[in-house]
Design a binder for this molecule. Sequence first.
Ligand code: SF4
Length: 1016
Amino acid sequence: MQLSRRQLFKVSAGGLAATSSMATLGLFPTAALAEVRQYKLTRAKEVRNTCTYCSVGCGLLMYSLGDGAKNAKAEIMHIEGDPDHPVSRGSLCPKGAGLLDFIHSPNRLKYPEVREPGTNAWKRISWHEAIERVARHMKADRDANFVAKNANGVPVNRWLSTSMLTASASSNETGILTQKFMRALGIIATDAQARVCHGPTVAALAATFGRGAMTNSWVDIKNADFILVMGGNPAEAHPVGFKWAIEAKKKGARIVVVDPRFNRTAAVADEFMPIRAGSDIVFLGGVINWLIANDKIQWDYVKAFTNATFIVNEGFSFSEGLFSGYDEAKGRYDRSSWSYELDDKGLAKTDPTLSHPRCVWNLMKAHYARYTPDVVTDLTGTPKDAFLRVCAHLGETAVATRVGTILYALGWTQHTVGAQNIRTMAMIQLMLGNIGMPGGGVNALRGHSNIQGLSDLGLLSTSLPGYLTLPNEQAHPDFASYLAKNTPKALQPGQLNYWSNTPKFMVSLLKWFWGKNATAENNWGYDWLPKWDKMYDILQLMEMMYQGQMNGFIVQGFNPLTSLPDFNKTSAAFAKLKYMVVIDPMTTETSSFWQNHGEANNVDPAKIQTEVFRLPSTCFAEEDGSIVNSCRWLQWHWKGAEPPGEAKPDQEILGELFVALRKLYQDEGGPGAETILNLSWPYRDPAAPSPEELAKEMNGRALSDITDPTGKVLFKKGEQLPGFAALRDDGSTLSACWIFSGCWTEAGNQMGRRDNTDVGLGNTPGWSWSWPANRRILYNRASSDAQGKPWDPKRVLISWTGDKWAGIDVPDFKADAAPDTGMNPFIMNPEGVGRLFAADKLVDGPFPEHYEPMESPLGTNPLHPKVVTSPAVRLFASDKERLGKHDEFPYVGTTYRLTEHFQFWTKNVRLNAIAQPEQFVEIGETLAAEKGIKAGDTVKVSSKRGFIKAKAVVTKRVKALKVNGKTVHQIGIPLHWGWETVAKKGYLSNALPPAIGDCNTQTPEYKAFLVNLEKA
Ligand code: SF4
């Protein structure tokens, strides 16, 4: 009898307990019959789960022992890759392979604890005491500082003196409950890990294509003819996802890596070329110039599907490093001139001949004419011949039958020009006709396992679920102004302009927040939502904390002391807090910031008056729920065991806290009590909302019978809705996250589907569920030409059949809109096309421009010496003082991570600690020789803000570059170390980078800053 490995496990888990039974099936050779040892999984229970680390979202099979009796506790005893999983196909990287050690880490938290002011120890307390004390702190601070109305009398309902950071690996169900909990309290000083990682991705891709997500999928990378890896190191950071790039390579695709270091991706690529950290826009702007100069443009695509033909307003200009509208005193642009010229119907004017001097194409051509190959070489340090080869490879994809893709991650996002790095590549992909195509796209490789989901759920200072904006006090003082400003009108005739449905999404969301208390008369409870005055991102809220303007800090599944830039500033800020609440499965440096760890954390506990609560939560293996991988798949996972000690799911911790706070407000009243008392909290057990209840709410349901115009009932009251097209703006539907609508319908939990049938080109629509509407490749209408005929007969995703769009993917388009209606593929944009000119969408320019990092090794910007760094950067006075200069700190530091570790989690995992036990930095041979440093020496790397000590790895992988006539040395600085660890203790590498962020999103500039180096 022949059984696959997967079938074997099914059979063994199904009860074929005795080895003799297996032998009867012919599974074991005769010699094995003599063995008495039982197959270790024979009596195990198998459940499916997803890796908790990165957003490849690899499938896991978890095996637990425990018979389910009341007094028996199941324990996970084996984890391996799920061979059915379409992306991972049974593989796990060194992190996934060590997950068993994560679950059983000695650093798991088991009991609630408190560190009282000025003391030097944790004290165990009961859950009851923990919840009561935390709720009391929160109420006291909220009562003292709640702002019900602003100076103009606009209801703002915000509470700024307590902030909250949210988790990146917790489930969507925890995320959506957190959203409800926070906003009801009025918390807007909040942020998620997305801010540290891919904030600029959302800003750049939404500004270009309409949505801020990775366009294609992991498996789809295999369909590419050319793969550029720049601003990322996927072989190391996303090892299992990267195997699809290798699949493409096996079929003849070429992989080229552009990076400051010869990294592990470069080691398996066809070609590597170095670049100076922080000069990517010069390189990519040079590509745009080369493509135009050499006519490597997919013209039919560009003319039909981009805004190349659109005419820009007369007032727009660019000169000496500044776009029109710059206000030097405010350090901001007035963006009104970055707009299209409109006709008398309010539609954008176009010139299909591209001869108008102010059409987007001609403005773009003029803008990038300065980025010649010589300028590229001079500013990036990349050899000219290598740069020209990349241009040629990309240029080869400017035809219908060749497609290229880009894989990037934090190497692009973590700069003051992070969003514009990505924008430049997005423009290139539009020029080449590579968006919407299988094997194409802009593949933003997300980091943490559910950071895509947390972004989708709006766990950011100014967001609401589904990329709706949280109301702003000036722009949206009332519901009418909110809808008017967020419901765009189409800018070209016949466009789908999907955001025209904003009222349906928003009313359905408000019904979720306030339930029966939301009525047409009170504008669905709009006024109870908090309104923002400015963005309270991590850098802003740390600055407030540092200035003593923050009393409380709730930290859920996040380790900001290790993750935020300028650790010494963060530590000083924490010491000014009255209370801190850390909810986490593991010990974190954040929770023990008050402990002295010598040079690595030289603080005096007696002087720190912050009361710190440490509340143990479950990890992925101990709960049901869904997480969203990088390519937008919502994968449901199943609980395999109980958590250790008294650890609880986040939903229970939030539930108990909310119930306790609500009771306090019921009994005692207080400012803003109504936003808490009016909140809908309809869960079976209010102290423990279940994942199923929350997942169903995200999808949405009918609150009364929904009828069509003829009165026919489409959905009965109480039914789960089939998708967001069913949402209404009359209060008859509820949905907590419109883009997730379709995830849990009347047909059940779509996220739990596990059919891995490949329907073509690696597409597996029956595996889990993907937002939006189970579409797997975004903008897939653009895979066919204007007439609806696929560009490439080998890459057919959808095509026009004569009466509808159909194919192997769900059309990202109106299914019955014929090509001759003029509807265009970028349905989220009011103009229907992809944007080469981003109009007023970004704060630092409609075209990307090169600006030096805030700490520049050149000290000038040869393109425009009067404007060296980005003029739209937000810089707090306290951070300005902490910036270094190149004469004192002559080398470029750039941070990165290792395949054996995930951020600061795996230092708690023995297997990973063994694989990469000790902190190091990478130094080029020339610099090492200059400094007399040998491999293995301990070195001190310092910036204006702090220092680390680490072992020197002297390498050929980081070479000195010639830039603007001088030699620039770069130093590679891996993350991962700290003092809460089962490995060797280390320094926090974030002592080095500055607390300055991307102009648009405030994602910190970790990838290019100045350091000095000495032998320690
Ligand atoms: S860390 Fe990422 S690549 Fe590695 S096993 Fe987990 S999900 Fe897969």
